[in-house]
Write a protein that binds this ligand. Structure first.
Ligand code: AMP
Ligand code: FE
Ligand code: FE
Ligand code: ZN
Length: 304
């Protein structure tokens, strides 16, 4: 049987519905030999996932996914409330208790804690009767401290206002919808520095979500991130077509960047299966080698 890896997934520590310790069991059953847990803005799920991976016999990559600010479109003022696209950066092989990464986590949690009640207030103005306490209770039952729109969507489903998570985003929560509230995101340099401080590799997640249709603009953005320390691009992802994946593979090769890939599994919150991107184990092996190479060099540097 051909063995695959899956280097992008979420657990109940952020907005997935699967416990961190259940992920390796699902992976094993799907023929996935290596997984990265990459929860949004938190490493809280990593220790229990690591332990379960060791028990089940799945290679484990401790990770994180950080939302960063793409900045305003060229020539636009910084405070313009326009659509900016999504710029997520994956950290792979990070130390879960790195102080800089924990700082990122706390900063992002604060940004969420000030944005989420504003979303509920907008929903209330639209005649949707939910309270922020209900959202917090749902998150507490799930066991996460990183509360996001998917949790608000779940409350909307439970109270009969919408049919599905997709429905909740389309009607209320997506960028441009009536209950959307922007949240502060990290400058990309801060995310890249924190990931490197934690010993990890930084991979640009789902580049298609940058929303840069113009190939020159896309290449320019990737080069700017590379100057800030980006190590690679996620080429296979549930949102990418085969043509997207090929395009990103070519860009990575051209600019000497590593490549990653994964399903972005969220349990029952997204119609995507763990392992469904069929990412070859060679992708994991290359990243692992690059990471080992770098950590042995930095160890040598700190000795000399
Ligand atoms: P937040 O972190 O609160 O900004 O919420 C972002 C999360 O919501 C993403 O990580 C996705 O899991 C989910 N999401 C974003 N857009 C959609 C959408 N259109 N449909 C379903 N889920 C979405
Ligand atoms: Fe998510
Ligand atoms: Fe993402
Ligand atoms: Zn993700």
């Amino acid at each position: 049987m051909m063995m695959f890896c899956d280097l992008h997934m979420h657990s109940t520590a952020s907005d997935g519905t699967t416990l961190p310790e259940e992920l390796p069991i699902i992976a094993k059953a799907a023929g996935v030999a290596a997984i990265a847990l990459t929860d949004h803005d938190t490493t809280d799920g990593l220790p229990s996932c690591a332990e379960a991976c060791a028990r089940v016999g799945v290679q484990f990559v401790p990770g994180i996914e950080v939302s960063t600010d793409p900045g305003p479109p060229p020539g636009e003022p910084a405070d313009l409330p326009v659509r900016r696209g999504t710029q997520h950066i994956l950290g792979l092989f990070v130390r879960h208790d790195d102080p800089k990464l924990l700082q990122v986590r706390n900063r992002m949690q604060q940004a969420r804690d000030s944005r989420n009640p504003a979303i509920v207030a907008k929903l209330n103005e639209l005649g949707v009767n939910i309270t922020y306490e209900e959202v917090e209770r749902l998150a507490a039952v799930q066991g996460t401290q990183i509360i996001g729109r998917p949790h608000i969507a779940q409350v909307l489903i439970d109270k009969g206002y919408v049919k599905s998570v997709q429905d909740a985003f389309a009607r209320y929560l997506r960028q441009g919808a009536p209950a959307y509230v922007r949240r502060d995101r990290l400058p990309p340099k801060d995310a890249l520095d924190a990931i490197h401080h934690a010993g990890g590799l930084a991979i640009l997640a789902h580049p298609v979500q940058l929303g840069l249709a113009d190939p020159a603009a896309l290449e320019h953005r990737i080069l700017r991130l590379k100057e800030l320390g980006l190590d690679g691009l996620e080429t296979r992802h549930a949102d990418h077509t085969a043509a997207d994946a090929a395009r990103f593979e070519a860009l990575a090769a051209k600019h000497h960047l590593l490549t990653g890939g994964g399903s972005d599994f969220h349990g029952s919150r997204k119609p995507v299966d763990l392992g469904s991107q069929h990412v070859p184990m060679a992708v994991y092996e290359r990243l692992h080698a690059a990471w080992q190479n770098r950590s042995s060099r930095s160890q040598f540097a700190s000795l000399s």
